[in-house]
Design a protein around this ligand. Structure first.
Ligand code: GLA
Ligand code: ZN
Length: 677
């Protein structure tokens, strides 16, 4: 449980009373009660208020807020306020200001704006965290710390450059090793002095934000920036832990956000939390996958849904309203995938600045008679009624998909073979195929223990880090099924090609050699021609993006390319390795192929769908002790008929006992409980 003071699914969100006059606060209390809100994230952007100048600290408003909320039954998720520095700090200590990608020194403005290697920022952010912890350590209203807010963005200032050089010295020891790792004899970039190394941005090695002349330096800069921001987080973490060792600590993450290696971050986070902002047209399986990634960061531990909008965003191009029922549906989707909280940005809609058109529980009209408020209050009642039933429940999937931030950076930084390769999309294709078949999967890191899975899929495993190939070999030798794809096994952790034939370190496991890689234009296709029918997989399927031209070296060829000069070369292979099998998919296939292929692999392993549900009805399962909770989430606007089997199960939201054919209303949710066999 996140905190046993609040033994239910937490319900609430960001609350900024400092933007309002005192007479509104009373009204807030009344409305929070009506909506069933029991937690408020406070103090997220109050640094300037808490510290009006370098010497003065003033927590009077925060004291009042936390007391007032606590008295009215609302706990505080207490933020440390360090995500935007005060104006006086920027004026007095310009080292807090970032230098941007184009080399421009920023002035005061915006947020998430501090240089992570600024001595001033590090000193005063840690001090702020410490002061808050000292002040509120005995306050019964606190349930969790929320460090800063949505860490992200890079800086390229001189302090960062100096920090980078130190970081590099630690990593490589000497310049000779660094020159080797970055392959600097290319274009005569050999470094003879650490001082010659400058951050890679538009002034030096990079262009377009993610293209680079030297993958080595660009990759290391991303690692360094992720570490630098993590360092800032850790300073605050340690400051609050010193005074409140038992209070959990989080910082709100952002799903597949590219800047930070969240698997690394999660090692220092007590409970993962994240902000979920899908658009009206975001595939529901993409959101599901992001939840699963967040759950995967700490090996399947429940996480917090820290932010979502009750209705609309302000920062998308077209900020659609969440249709009636959708806020509730998406809230339960988070819970189904492992969230133990449902929280919003924000509780009351602001009247000025860029978020005034962002949805909130309390809208500008100020009262409870709105569609959004009614829906929020209804959900509040339901969460109350669910009590602690689902808390700490876990998932038990037998299929895992590998995701790796450094692999993403490396694939995206590479010049060639195609600009169209999007690593996350390729991962999503595999996730989505399983999702559409109602087969659960976990998203795991390259460091994760694979032994609890039957199938591990690593799409586009371009970068092979030390030990990974051996780990996969072990997994397969012991009977596991491993799948990887085109453009895998190409480079080591420094983006240096593994010579001797692709897929490098994975070559003997897969029993193939990829001789060449063809890049296809967006409208150019090849085909996957099955050599013989395999389950539902028969005939031919479309593929594109990249085509590896492979030779079988012991692997069995299951399908061949249909066209072009490499027609007849293998495109799908299977290699027996120890007790298991290793598959290679040499191109990016159409969905129908992936569903048939993955269905076959699951069938071989006896992995069954959670249910046979119609299209648009998502299924997910959490388990706890001897109970299983099966979620049916109908993303369709219309009702859907689902056969749930003969055994009667209680539907937790209505209390009804259900069996056989049931009808889930449009955008409706069922949570079916049963005892496990
Ligand atoms: C982020 C931030 C919030 C707010 C919302 C708006 O998630 O953390 O402060 O700006 O976006 O969607
Ligand atoms: Zn900097």
């Amino acid at each position: 449980m996140i905190n046993n003071k609040l033994p239910k699914i937490w319900y609430g969100g960001d609350y900024n009373p400092e933007q309002w006059d005192a007479e509104i606060w009373k009204e807030d209390e009344r409305l929070f009660k009506l909506a069933g809100i029991d937690v408020a994230t406070v103090n997220v952007f109050s640094w300037a208020l808490n510290q009006p100048d370098e010497e003065t600290y003033d927590f009077s408003l925060l004291d009042e807020t936390i007391d007032r909320l606590y008295k009215s039954g609302v706990y505080a998720c207490l933020a440390t306020s360090t995500a935007a520095h005060p104006a006086w700090m920027a004026r007095k200590y310009p080292d807090v200001l970032r230098v941007d990608y184009n080399g421009r020194k920023r002035k005061f403005g915006g947020r998430h704006n501090s240089c992570p290697n600024s001595p001033t920022y590090r000193k005063y952010s840690a001090l702020m965290a410490e002061k808050l912890a000292e002040r509120y350590k005995n306050h019964s209203g606190l349930v969790i710390w929320h460090i800063s807010n949505e860490y992200g963005g890079y800086c390229y200032c001189d302090n960062c450059a100096a920090g980078f050089r130190q970081w590099l010295e630690k990593r490589y020891g000497n310049l000779e090793a660094l020159n080797k790792a970055w392959n600097t004899r290319f274009w005569g970039h050999t470094f003879y002095d650490w001082e010659d190394i400058v951050p890679p941005n538009a002034l030096s090695e990079e262009w377009d934000g993610n293209r680079t002349a030297f993958q080595g330096i660009s990759l290391d800069y991303r690692r360094f920036m992720s570490d630098s921001l993590l360092e800032c987080y850790k300073l605050e973490y340690e400051a609050v832990k010193k005074h409140t060792p038992d209070l959990p600590v989080t910082t709100n993450l952002m799903g597949f956000f590219p800047d930070l290696d969240y698997f690394e971050w999660a090692k220092y986070i007590d409970i993962v939390s994240w902000d979920n902002y899908p658009a009206l047209d975001t595939p529901v399986s993409y959101t599901a996958m992001a939840h699963d990634l967040m759950r995967g960061l700490k090996g399947g531990d429940p996480f917090m849904l820290m932010e979502q909008t009750p209705s609309q965003q302000n920062w998308q191009a077209y900020n659609s309203l969440k249709r009636p029922g959708v806020m509730r549906l998406w809230s339960y989707q988070a819970v189904a995938h492992g969230a133990d909280t449902v929280m919003f940005f924000q509780l009351r809609r602001s009247i000025g600045a860029c978020e005034k058109y962002h949805g909130a529980v309390i809208e500008h009209v100020g009262h409870e008679h709105t569609r959004v408020f009614r829906e929020c209050a209804e959900l509040g009642r339901e969460l109350e009624q669910l009590g602690d039933k689902l808390l700490d429940a876990r998932t038990e999937s037998k299929v895992a998909i590998v995701y790796d931030w450094e692999n993403r950076w490396a694939t995206e930084l590479s010049s060639g073979p195609t600009i169209a390769l999007n690593y996350v999309n390729e991962v999503h294709k595999y996730y989505d195929a399983l999702f559409q078949m109602n087969i659960e999967s976990d998203i795991i890191s390259v460091e994760a223990d694979m032994s609890r899975y039957d199938i591990v899929i690593a799409p586009v495993m371009y970068m092979i880090k030390p030990g990974f190939a051996q780990k996969v070999e072990q997994f397969v030798a012991n009977g596991g099924t491993f799948v990887t794809t085109f453009f895998s096994g190409i480079v080591n952790e420094n983006d240096l090609v593994t010579t001797g034939g692709y897929p490098g370190e994975l070559r003997s496991l897969l029993g193939i050699w990829a001789e060449e890689i063809d890049a296809l234009f967006p409208d150019q296709k090849n085909s996957i021609v099955m050599k013989r029918p395999w389950g539902k997989l028969q005939g031919q399927f479309e593929c594109g993006l990249l085509c590896d031209l492979i030779h079988a070296e012991g692997a069995e060829v299951l399908a061949e390319y249909g066209t072009d000069f490499y027609a007849g070369m293998p495109v799908l292979t299977m290699n027996h390795f120890g007790k298991g099998r290793a598959y290679y998919v040499a191109s990016s296939p159409e969905v129908k192929f992936l569903q048939g292929f993955l269905a076959n692999l699951c069938a071989e392993k006896g992995i069954e769908p959670l249910l046979d549900a119609p299209a648009g009805v998502e299924t997910a399962r959490r388990v706890k002790n001897d109970k299983e909770y099966l979620f049916l989430l109908n993303h369709n606007a219309d009702a859907a008929a689902v056969e749930i089997g003969a055994e009667a199960r209680q539907e937790l939201l209505s209390g009804e006992m259900l069996s056989g054919a049931v009808t889930v209303p449009g955008r409706g949710v069922f949570i079916l409980e049963r005892s496990r066999k």
